[in-house]
Design a protein around this ligand. Structure first.
Ligand code: ZN
Length: 325
């Protein structure tokens, strides 16, 4: 369990190091298409940052090499002394630190030993949604919020639960996998093998698949959202169905968790009010009398929530409760 409410990392922002060779940590957020990486100092400032392709299309080993390469690149840049590293991954992390990720083509990959051997610093691996929640809880829009749900809307959907100021990951590290709540009947087949999962309705991949069904053409999810915003009835219909599915999933989660706040991160959070306004309306129309619908917030750290959380986890390796030493 990782304490969120004490000793927060400072606001993450771009900028140069102010001191000579200050201590720092390396933070990586490995996505299905892009790796975001940063050297983060004890103020939470990103001293160096990089975004590189994950190269997943070349296989799981290529993705692991991409992680190693960007980590080594940042590790040896001047201006900060990296003492530990945190890696956020879109998958499950076993008790032994091995990672299974459909998005990365990894099946029980021993990420920790393979990276520690190359980097020479202590390293921890955590689920990317849990990293996002950790980042937002420490220095984003959920500072001081003891109970909240974090949902990452990207290629797929991730989720994480913060309860009593701590990440709640369940008995087997699986808690919060909101993307596989069933919200549609009979629904499309999900990558997990079930049907009607939330991420077959609301995710970048789902939007793109449904647009292709309607139009016969390929279009990126952010372009589909832009079309919906500009009044395209086909795009608006797909978007509203996705929003309604997300609202249904969030109400299931609300029934179980009664969160004080719901934080939406991931690439589709970039839709802003095009997401929040219809989502609030759909939540209100679908809510039952016993539901208390929590306020919705967009992740304040934007695309860097996961790196902020990975940095916090790395600082925790060096002592303390997840904050800087
Ligand atoms: Zn599923």
């Amino acid at each position: 369990m990782t304490e969120l409410v004490t000793a927060g990392v400072g606001e993450m922002s771009s900028g140069g190091a102010a001191e000579a060779v200050p201590p720092a940590v390396l933070a990586l957020d490995v996505g299905a298409s892009t790796i975001k990486a940063a050297v983060v100092d004890h103020h939470g400032t990103r001293v160096h940052e990089a975004r590189v392709p994950t190269r997943r299309e070349h296989g799981g080993q290529a993705a692991l090499r991409a992680v190693q390469e960007v980590a080594l690149d940042l590790l040896h840049r001047p201006g900060a002394l990296v003492q530990a590293a945190g890696v956020a991954v879109p998958g499950t992390v076993g008790p032994d630190g091995s990672v299974t990720s459909v998005n990365l083509g990894w099946e029980k990959v021993e990420v920790v030993p393979s990276l520690v051997g190359r980097l020479g610093v202590p390293l921890t691996v955590l689920n990317d949604a849990q990293a996002g929640a950790l980042g937002e809880g420490r220095s984003g829009c959920a500072v001081g919020v003891a109970n909240f749900l974090y949902v990452s809307l990207g290629t797929g959907i991730g989720g994480a639960i913060v309860d009593g100021g701590r990440l709640f990951s369940g008995a087997h590290g699986q808690a919060g996998e909101i993307g596989h709540l069933r919200v549609e009947y009979p629904g499309r087949t999900c990558a997990c093998g079930a049907s009607g999962c939330l991420q077959t309705v609301m995710s970048a991949a789902a939007l793109e698949a449904r647009w292709a069904e309607v139009s016969g053409a390929a279009l990126a999810a952010d372009k589909i959202v832009a079309l919906a915003r500009s009044g395209s009835s086909a795009a608006a219909g797909i978007w509203q169905a996705a929003v309604d599915g997300l609202a249904a999933g969030l109400l299931h989660a609300t029934t179980m968790l009664d969160p004080a706040s719901i934080v939406i991160g991931g690439g589709l959070a970039g839709a802003g009010d095009t997401l929040l306004a219809p989502l609030r309306a759909s939540l209100e129309s679908q809510a039952r009398p016993f539901h208390v619908v929590a306020p919705l917030h967009l992740a304040a750290l934007g695309p860097w929530s996961g790196c902020a959380g990975a940095a916090s986890a790395a600082w925790a390796l060096l002592g303390g409760a997840g904050g800087p030493p």
